[in-house]
Design a protein around this ligand. Structure first.
Ligand code: GLA
Length: 338
C-alpha cells in the first residue's frame, strides 16, 4: 500500500507531495519534479533522509547543484552551446563557461509540472514549447515516480512534433550515512568497462577510455575515496569523478553502500550511461537541509542518462528524438540493508 498525499500548495502552482509505504518515504515538489527527501531505514531500523537538498523552496530558483531535479531537455553539457540537426545549426544559452549545461538558462529543473496522483505514486507532465531554450519541436515529457516495497522507480516518456534532442536524468545526490560525512567512505560498484572522457571544461569529448588499470575501474566494489585524488588527467579535468560510465547489462548495474549505517542502494536502469559526480563543486551552492552550504564531496550524484554531448560527438547521436517517435527510459532505485 502506498499513501500518496498532497502536503502543501502555494499560490504559484507549486505543490508538495509525499509518497509513503512501510519501507520508504519520499517528498516531492512539482517544480522540476524535485525529489526533496528520501527516508530509508538503516541497519538498526532507524529511518533518515539519504539525499541532499536545499533548506528553502525559494532557493531552488537559483540552485547551481540541481538537487533532486529532473534535467532537460538535455542533461549535462553541449559543447560551445550549439548543435546541428538536419543541416540546421541551433544556438543555445551558454550557462557554463562556453558550454550549455542541464537545459540552459531555465531548464526543466525550474519548470512547474502538472501532477496526477496515482495509486502507487505520482505522474508529472511538462510541455516544452518549440524554441524553448533554443531547442526545436514541441515536446511533451511525462515523468512517473512510483513506489513498490523498497523500490523507487522513475519512468521517463517523451514525444515531439519535430526532430529534436533530448537527454533526461534525475540529479539526485545520495549520502547513505547518518552523519553526512563526505562520501569518500561509501563503496561503489559499477558494471562498466569504459568512461566517456572530458576536457578541462568537463565537456564530454566523445572519446572512450577503458577503465582497466585506471581509477575509473569500479567493476569490483571500491571505496569512492580510494583513487579519488589519484594523479590522472581525467580526475584533474573534472576535480574528481564527473564522468559518464558506459553500462554493461540491463539490471543491477550500480551499487552504492555505506557500511556504518548498513544502507545499500542498487540501481537498475534501461539507460546506457550513468554520470557519476562526486559533488566536486558543491561548496559553491546554496544553504542545504543541514542548515549550511554543503562541502564538496558530501554527496554523490548517480545520473542515469544518454552520453553527454552526444549530438556533437556521435555519428548517429543517441540523443536525437525524431518526430513521431517515443522516448522511454526507466531507472529503479532499490534501498536495502547490507
Ligand atoms: C553534473 C555535471 C557537473 C555539475 C553538476 C551540477 O553532474 O556533470 O559538472 O555541473 O551537474 O552542479
Amino acid at each position: 500500500m502506498v499513501k500518496v498525499e498532497l502536503l502543501k500548495e502555494l499560490d504559484n502552482g507549486i505543490r508538495f507531495y509525499s509518497m509513503e509505504n512501510e519501507s520508504l518515504k519520499i517528498v516531492v515538489v512539482n517544480m522540476g519534479c524535485r525529489i526533496m527527501e528520501i527516508h530509508t531505514p538503516d541497519a538498526s531500523g532507524n529511518k533518515s533522509d539519504v539525499i541532499l537538498g536545499l533548506k528553502n523552496i525559494e532557493d531552488y530558483a537559483d540552485d547551481p547543484a540541481y538537487f533532486g531535479a529532473i534535467i532537460g531537455r538535455v542533461a549535462n553539457r553541449i559543447g560551445d552551446a550549439r548543435f546541428t540537426l538536419n543541416g540546421k545549426t541551433y544556438e543555445l544559452y551558454a550557462n557554463n563557461g562556453k558550454n550549455h549545461l542541464h537545459g540552459g538558462k531555465e531548464g526543466f529543473d525550474k519548470k512547474i509540472f502538472d501532477v496526477t496522483p496515482l495509486e502507487n505514486g505520482l505522474r508529472f507532465h511538462y510541455f516544452s514549447k518549440d524554441g524553448e531554450e533554443g531547442y526545436p519541436g514541441n515536446l511533451n515529457l511525462y515523468v512517473t515516480y512510483t513506489l513498490n516495497e523498497n523500490a523507487f522507480s522513475i519512468h521517463y516518456e517523451a514525444d515531439t512534433d519535430a526532430d529534436t534532442v533530448v537527454n533526461f536524468t534525475n540529479h539526485l545526490y545520495f549520502n547513505l550515512s547518518n552523519t553526512l560525512d563526505k562520501v569518500n567512505d561509501h563503496y561503489l560498484q559499477i558494471n562498466s568497462d569504459y568512461i566517456g572522457c572530458v576536457d578541462d571544461t568537463c565537456l564530454a569529448t566523445g572519446e572512450l577510455l577503458p577503465v582497466k588499470d585506471t581509477p575509473f575501474d569500479f567493476n569490483k566494489r571500491k571505496r569512492i575515496g580510494q583513487d579519488l585524488e589519484a594523479d590522472h588527467i581525467q580526475l584533474k579535468n573534472a576535480f574528481g569523478y564527473d564522468h559518464s560510465f558506459v553500462l554493461n547489462g540491463t539490471e543491477n548495474q550500480l551499487t552504492l553502500e555505506e557500511p556504518v549505517s548498513g544502507r545499500r542502494l542498487i540501481i537498475s536502469t534501461t539507460a546506457p550511461v550513468v554520470q557519476v559526480y562526486t559533488g566536486n563543486f558543491l561548496k559553491d551552492g546554496c544553504i542545504g537541509k543541514a542548515g549550511r552550504v554543503y562541502e564538496n564531496r558530501e554527496g554523490v550524484a548517480l545520473e542515469t542518462q544518454l552520453m553527454p554531448n552526444a549530438i556533437n560527438t556521435e555519428e548517429n547521436p543517441s540523443t536525437i528524438l525524431r518526430k513521431g517517435d517515443k522516448f522511454e527510459s526507466n531507472t529503479k532505485y532499490v534501498f536495502e540493508i547490507m
